[in-house]
Write a protein that binds this ligand. Structure first.
Ligand code: IMP
Length: 196
């Protein structure tokens, strides 16, 4: 069975990919390279996703999928962007990041924002492929709901859905990550290359 490596330590993400790559052996990078770590020095989600997938592909000579994601806020010129996970600085937590976001947006009426997810697929001997999904909405004035992770409690979609109120299955159907996964899933040419 062809092996596909997921360059992420997040078991939830690894499970998402297991569902997509039926007929492949999907393994998390930590099983093969416990110390794997890549500095995310890119200025875009795409650059960071490619950095991770290509580093792992070079190290293992196997097909690798990676992802990078985050929140971009219009009134903050796209921040926190690629710094979403570490927005509030050293020792950042979801709660501190959300607090900082609310502070930065205090008194600002334009609350427009969107999530982005980029998946990168690196196959030995092939150009790296990328797939992008976005989810547009607005930043709330206070947290809403107790589900989700990251900035979910502060996000309402354009259709009026509070991400803090929906299950991860429901979110997968509308999210930036769900959309990027769907694009990858529908790329039959990429699957042909994987099977070679
Ligand atoms: P990573 O791509 O898993 O490193 O995620 C980067 C950061 O972006 C996370 O730590 C969250 O702060 C934020 N983020 C990415 N996707 C989501 C989402 O679906 N909901 C809420 N926050 C997210």
């Amino acid at each position: 069975m062809t092996k596909i490596v997921i360059a992420s330590g997040n078991q939830g993400k690894i499970n998402d990919f297991k569902a997509i790559f039926e007929g492949f052996e999907v393994v998390g990078i930590k099983e093969l390279l416990p110390e794997f770590e890549v500095e995310e020095t890119g200025t875009t989600f795409r650059e960071n996703a490619i950095l991770k997938s290509e580093a792992a592909k070079e190290a293992l000579n196997l097909p690798v999928v990676s992802d990078d994601s985050g929140l971009s806020v219009e009134a903050l010129e796209g921040r926190p962007g690629v710094y979403s996970a570490r927005y509030s600085g050293e020792g950042a937590t979801d709660e501190k990041n959300n607090q900082k976001l609310l502070e930065e947006l205090e008194g600002i009426d334009n609350r427009a924002a969107y999530f982005t997810c980029v998946l990168a697929l690196s196959i030995p001997g092939e150009e790296t492929l990328t797939y992008e999904g976005t989810l547009a909405g607005e930043i709330l004035h206070e947290p809403h709901g107790d589900k989700g992770f990251g900035y979910d409690p502060l996000f309402k979609t354009l259709k009026g859905i509070y991400l803090g109120e929906i299950t991860s299955e429901e979110k997968g159907e509308i999210s930036h990550r769900g959309k990027a996964l769907e694009k990858l899933m529908n790329d039959t040419k990429a699957f042909d290359k994987l099977k070679k």
